[in-house]
Ligand binder design. Structure first.
Ligand code: ADP
Ligand code: MG
Length: 294
């Protein structure tokens, strides 16, 4: 039977909006040595904004096309693009057979043929790489510490937008509380570019050596497995391109409110309020409970 101390800790956590799938997850959390965090939608709000745009021809036609392909994505970046199109009163153009290339972007078909939207990795995959194909004004746009989303057709790049995302209000305090509770290792794992990750990290007290960028979903899993050789690992994510890492961690912690169904399924713990202070609270509770039952 489950000790009374665990039951009462589980219900105290639940009152604070932290749902554990069982007592084992609570006990494991107490022993976690490394907390690994996804960036987009986890440490950041996932409420990104389009901050810059460079394209050939009409900006309206370009943005309507980009919004058309992003209409099929659940990524926070796609949401930012769709909102930018709505703000200009644009109707997204029809894109069919759209699918996600995880941690890279989207591919689909519009009235003129194959279309893609995404980062430099996806651009390279489509044959667009180097100065010959990436227009200088787009290269310049990508020098800032913002996420670059290019729209292309094969090796031809039609234009790009930059998208910026802000840290959650609770992220900094939550991380400070975890470190104060004696958590030695905090790591950021992201599919985004390093410059963007370092800028967000600087706002949150995460140092460059704690940042792992340009990762694909399988790279996140490998890193989590690597941390696991040195003690228990918790992975905190929103389920967009990180469900496998959530599942691989000793404790998978899903952002509940913004997070996807997949995240909640792959996780051991759900943070219903998306509040990192609540994560620190749940961690303290797990430590206290572990001391009582030992
Ligand atoms: P994170 O690990 O920070 O949560 P992801 O792995 O979800 O980030 O995404 C990594 C990168 O993949 C993004 O920074 C972006 O460059 C690209 N990307 C992912 N989804 C999309 C999309 N729908 N449209 C454009 N780019 C995308
Ligand atoms: Mg994410």
């Amino acid at each position: 039977s489950v000790p009374a101390a665990i039951l009462s800790a589980l219900s105290a956590a639940a009152r604070g909006g932290v749902l554990f799938k069982g007592g084992a997850a609570l006990e494991t959390l107490a022993a976690v040595r490394t907390f690994a965090f996804d960036k987009t939608g986890t440490l950041t709000t996932g409420k990104a904004e389009v901050t810059g745009l460079v394209c050939e021809g009409s900006e309206e036609a370009f943005l309507a096309r980009l919004a058309g392909i992003e209409a099929h994505s659940e990524h926070p970046i796609a949401d930012a693009v769709r909102r930018a199109a709505v703000a200009r009163g644009l109707t997204p153009i029809a894109v069919r057979e759209a699918r996600a290339v995880p941690s890279e972007g989207m591919v689909g078909i519009d009235d003129e043929g194959m279309l893609w939207a995404g980062n430099a990795r996806l651009a390279a995959r489509m044959g667009a790489r180097g100065e010959a194909v990436i227009p200088p004004e787009i290269a310049a746009l990508s020098e800032g510490a913002e996420t670059l989303v290019m729209l292309g057709r094969g090796a031809r790049i039609l234009g790009a937008v930059t998208v910026a995302d802000l840290p959650r209000d609770s992220s900094k305090a939550g991380l400070v509380a975890l470190r104060q509770a004696g958590v030695r290792r905090i790591e950021m794992l992201t599919g985004d570019r390093r410059a963007v990750a370092v800028r967000i990290g600087a706002e949150l007290g995460i140092t460059p050596d704690e940042i792992h960028a340009d990762l694909r979903p399988e790279d996140k899993v490998k890193l989590v497995a690597g941390f696991a050789t040195q003690g228990r690992v918790a992975f905190v994510g929103d389920g967009v391109n990180d469900a496998a890492a959530l599942a691989r961690a000793d404790v998978g912690i899903a952002m509940g409110a913004a997070g996807s169904e997949v995240a909640l399924q792959a996780a051991d713990v759900a943070l219903l309020s998306d509040d990192m202070n609540r994560l620190a609270m749940a961690h303290r509770l797990s430590r206290r409970t572990a001391r009582v039952i030992r």
